[in-house]
Design a protein around this ligand. Structure first.
Ligand code: SF4
Length: 392
């Protein structure tokens, strides 16, 4: 049996499953009264847009508290557009992929231009075309489709990780090229319910989250099992096909924690056009193959901030993984011996007391170092300076 012959049956089975098993509590999918929106009803696109960008690369349980905090701090598009980048990055701290926060900030101004300042509270003035949403930096077809279907209940297809997995299994797609991707987009559109596009897209995402999971699909309780070629003829775990990944050992990073005589720490702000641009960090960098980590710290601090240091005790070392890379960080306390700090590879440098570090947006890896520093301070080592001096 071909899927296109069974579209309405698939829609009914999936929507019936969703009505009973769907995640009906997701806060940005609720209407102004806090209840599940009915077919055809509109929901504020602002909160949905923020959630959809947060959900790129990040799981829903992680996003939830960030979204709630965001909506408290920037309840409307106007509040967001009037804010400052530093404050926005601070709210994003810990969520990773900080360029998303910067793009949201840029997009807030583009959206205001698109909608018109006086109309942003009128939902009918917001863009309803996929192509209009894709004008915003960082908004691709899936994000745009999800915003439009969720907010306006319009039939825009999506192809996020969950949907891709279900559709690949449904047709047992064994290709991994662009043509295969295009085929999945066509299938996502073909199956989409015209009557309940919001619920249908959400049903696919919920099925992928609860039933058709990556490693343990529960096919016996799946509403689509009688149409699923991977279940009927093959092993669903073999779909979607994946490209072979190379195993890469983590990159070693040396970090220097330099204190001045007042017990303040040296921090620098990353260049705007670099990854995590605008965020703050402790100076340091990549270890060369021939160096010890202490030599890396001495060299990096000379190159990055123009100072000479003597490397003292190790505060901590840990691994931190980003999507494509793994890093192994080692942070040492350092004694500043000569030279005046200069921002040779950053926007600016600051001396900040350890207690004030929380006022600056740091990437997650640096946040681990800050937490360790605070632990030392709280554990009775009130005069942290003496700890440092004793360490040499
Ligand atoms: Fe996924 Fe199994 Fe359902 Fe197929 S039958 S869609 S593999 S859960």
């Amino acid at each position: 049996m071909h899927l296109s012959d069974s579209i309405s049956e698939i829609q009914t089975l999936l929507l019936d499953w969703f009505d009973i098993n769907g995640r009906h509590w997701i806060p940005w999918k609720l209407n102004a009264n806090g209840t599940l929106a009915k077919p055809g009803e509109t929901i504020s696109p602002y909160g949905i847009w923020i959630a959809e960008v947060m959900l790129q690369q990040t799981q829903l349980p992680v996003v939830l508290p960030y979204w709630q905090n965001w909506m408290r701090n920037f309840p409307t598009l106007n509040d967001l557009a009037k804010s400052e980048e530093k404050y926005i990055l601070l709210q994003w701290q810990g969520l990773g992929y900080y360029s998303r926060a910067k793009r949201i900030f840029q997009s807030s101004k583009i959206l205001i231009d698109l909608i018109g300042k006086n109309h942003i509270f009128d939902i009918s003035s917001w863009p309803i075309e996929v192509s209009q949403w894709m004008l915003l930096p960082g908004v691709g077809r899936t994000t745009a489709g999800s915003i439009i279907s969720s907010a306006f209940d319009l039939p825009a297809p999506i192809l996020d990780g969950n949907v891709k997995r279900i559709l690949s299994r449904l047709i047992a797609s064994d290709e991994i090229n662009m043509k295969a991707q295009q085929k999945l987009w066509e299938l996502s559109l073909l199956l989409l319910s015209e009557e309940r596009p919001r619920d249908f897209n959400q049903a696919l995402m919920d099925l992928g989250n609860k039933v058709c999971t990556p490693n343990q699909p529960c096919c016996t309780s799946c509403p689509l099992q009688s149409f699923c070629v991977a279940y009927i003829n093959y092993n669903p775990l073999n779909f979607p096909k994946k490209e072979m990944k190379k195993i890469i050992s983590p990159q070693e990073i040396g970090i220097g924690l330099v204190f001045n005589k007042s017990g303040e720490l040296l921090i620098d702000q990353r260049l705007e056009n670099s990854s995590m641009g605008g965020m703050w960090e402790f100076p340091g960098g990549k270890k060369m193959p021939s160096e010890s980590i202490e030599e890396t710290i001495v060299r990096e601090l000379k190159e990055e901030v123009g100072i000479s240091v003597r490397v003292g005790i190790k505060l901590l070392s840990f691994e931190h993984a980003y999507t494509h890379k793994k890093f192994h960080f080692t942070a040492h306390l350092c004694e500043w011996t000569s030279g005046q700090p200069k921002p040779l590879a950053s926007q600016q440098l600051l001396w900040v007391s350890p207690e004030k570090l929380v006022d600056f947006p740091f990437p997650a890896a640096n946040a681990k170092i800050i937490s360790e520093l605070h632990k030392h301070l709280c554990n009775g080592k009130k005069n942290f300076k003496s700890t440092i001096i004793n360490s040499y």
